[in-house]
Design a protein around this ligand. Structure first.
Ligand code: NAD
Length: 477
């Protein structure tokens, strides 16, 4: 399999090209690096029909065989990890360390989710009655993914869908289709035709999938705004939904931290993946007593991190992934300037060079109601805000439509935990951040999503409950 060309759809187990194609752009250089297929509606219908046709046999395949197939996909991905990492850096922009985390993480996720199962739950087994709840697959899943972690977030959908006996049609973001198309091709070595298809295209393709009557569930990761459109469009046949959406995670820093120790951790909490991270710390609430010291250490640490092309081994942070996102991030720079906020670091975007590069930017105590504090910039511009009263900082942390994640940092562990428990978010880290596991439920509260991914709770979302009651009384009928 070549990784530098021949990007094809996978439909019914076979590679396909399309009449229309679109360019994939390397965000570090602005160069078009590949042409990818643009799927038309008739091809969506064929892919869904193939997935429906493949469903009964796949659902009837013994669990151990389905698990083995997903493990075999992990092995294939691992065998090609180097090519995937290189391609991921070229299409997404993330540096080597990030590409390694994502690709090798995807291998781990495939392997670990392949070990999961949902045994029947016997509710009652007496002389007269036997009652069992079992988990049956839904049918065809549509998986729709964003551009920030294109492989990992596809795997978070593919693995549980297949293990639980569904078939799946995946649509990557139009900005990062390459790795997903290659994963689809690779998967055909270990899966029957129609079980896992990949379609690339534009946003219109997403709508065709979410409204398709032949699809039973949508597993979606993306923005809250698109998530709402997905929910509306999926209503036609009451599709099941898992929605992993946006966030505005607060990080609360207590006065007893060591500024030098905590600064690098806070930096990566906020700027990992160039801050294009649903779970990035997007608002840093730093206690007044220690605010200046933490700010200064953060700025000092940030100066040591190089922003550049991800293929350069010295690069710590890559470019913004695409032009629309670059334009959106620029708005926050403009807004900060227009309102006279103080930049502790950065603030000027140099557009004279190719690539969508933005300098690491830290804004010193903008108002709580500023756009930067209230919204999700999804780029490397971070507000630091002061706090002094515990009740007040908890209220401010929770005063948002989102509830994806949060972190609390301090040495007074009971206090750290007390604050953490009161944050209304799906994931709360205490003196840690960005720790995920196939065994941990991950999902958003409020408008950060519906349902969860990972863990048996996530696996369950790919199933129907079926409760069977047997009346054993010999003279019942
Ligand atoms: P996006 O919502 O613009 O796009 C996500 C996907 O939806 C893409 O594949 C896109 O083509 C598709 N899409 C667009 N319009 C559609 C429509 N009408 N119907 C169906 N599909 C449609 O998001 P993005 O810009 O790619 O990603 C960034 C967003 O994703 C951020 O808000 C971020 O917080 C969120 N995100 C959330 C998680 C999480 O797990 N909660 C993880 C990563 C990213």
């Amino acid at each position: 399999m070549r990784f530098d060309s021949d990007y094809v759809l996978t439909v019914d187990g076979k590679p396909e090209t399309t009449a229309a194609t679109a360019g994939a752009i390397n965000p570090a250089t602005g160069e078009t690096i590949a042409q990818v297929p643009v799927t038309d509606r008739a091809t969506v219908d064929r892919a869904v029909a193939a997935a429906r046709a493949a469903f009964p046999a796949w659902a009837a395949t013994p669990l151990a065989e389905r698990q083995a197939a997903v493990t075999a996909l992990a092995d294939r991905l691992e065998a090609h990890a180097e090519e995937f990492m290189e391609l991921l850096t070229r299409e997404q922009g993330k540096p080597r360390a990030g590409a390694e985390w994502e690709v090798l993480g995807s291998v781990i996720w495939l392997r670990e989710i392949a070990k999961q199962s949902l045994p029947d739950e016997v509710i009652e087994d007496t002389d007269t009655r036997w009652v069992v709840t079992r988990y049956t697959p839904l049918g065809v899943v549509g998986g729709i993914t964003p551009w920030n972690f294109p492989i990992l977030l596809a795997v978070w959908k593919i693995a549980p869908a297949l293990v639980s006996g569904n078939t799946i049609v995946v649509k990557p973001s139009p900005f990062t289709p390459l790795c997903t198309l290659k994963l689809g091709e690779l998967a055909q070595e270990v899966l029957p035709p129609g079980v896992f298809s990949v379609l690339s295209g534009d946003d219109e393709l997403g709508e065709w999938i979410t409204s398709h009557p032949g699809i039973d569930k949508i597993a979606f990761t993306g923005s809250t705004e698109t998530g709402k459109a997905v929910m509306r469009s999926a209503a036609g046949n009451l599709k099941r939904l898992t929605l992993e959406l946006g966030g505005n995670d607060p990080a609360i820093v207590l006065p007893d931290v060591d500024p030098k120790k905590v600064a690098p951790q806070l930096f990566w909490a906020a700027f990992q993946n160039n801050a294009q991270f649903c779970n990035a710390a997007k608002r840093l609430y730093i206690h007044d007593d220690i605010y200046d010291a933490v700010r200064d250490e953060l700025v000092a640490y940030a100066r040591t991190v190089k922003v550049g092309d991800g293929t350069d081994p010295d690069t710590g942070l890559g470019p913004i992934q695409n032009k629309p996102q670059f334009d959106k991030v620029k708005e926050y720079f403009d807004d900060c300037k227009a309102n006279g906020y103080t930049f502790a670091l950065g603030g000027e975007i140099d557009e004279s060079q190719p690539g969508w590069f933005v300098p690491v930017t830290i804004v010193d105590n903008p108002p709580e109601d500023s756009r930067l504090v209230r919204e999700e910039p999804f780029g490397p511009i971070l507000p630091l805000v002061r706090w002094s009263d515990e009740e007040d900082v908890i209220a401010r942390a929770n005063d948002t439509e989102w509830g994806l994640g949060a972190s609390v940092w301090g040495r007074d562990l009971p206090r750290v935990e007390r604050i953490g428990r009161r944050i209304d978010a799906g994931t709360v880290w205490l003196n840690a951040v960005h720790q995920y596991s196939p065994a941990q439920a991950f999902g958003g509260h409020k408008q950060s999503g519906i349902g969860c991914e990972n863990s048996l709770h996530g696996l369950m979302e790919y199933t129907n409950w079926q409760t069977i009651t047997l009346n054993k009384a010999p003279d019942a009928v």
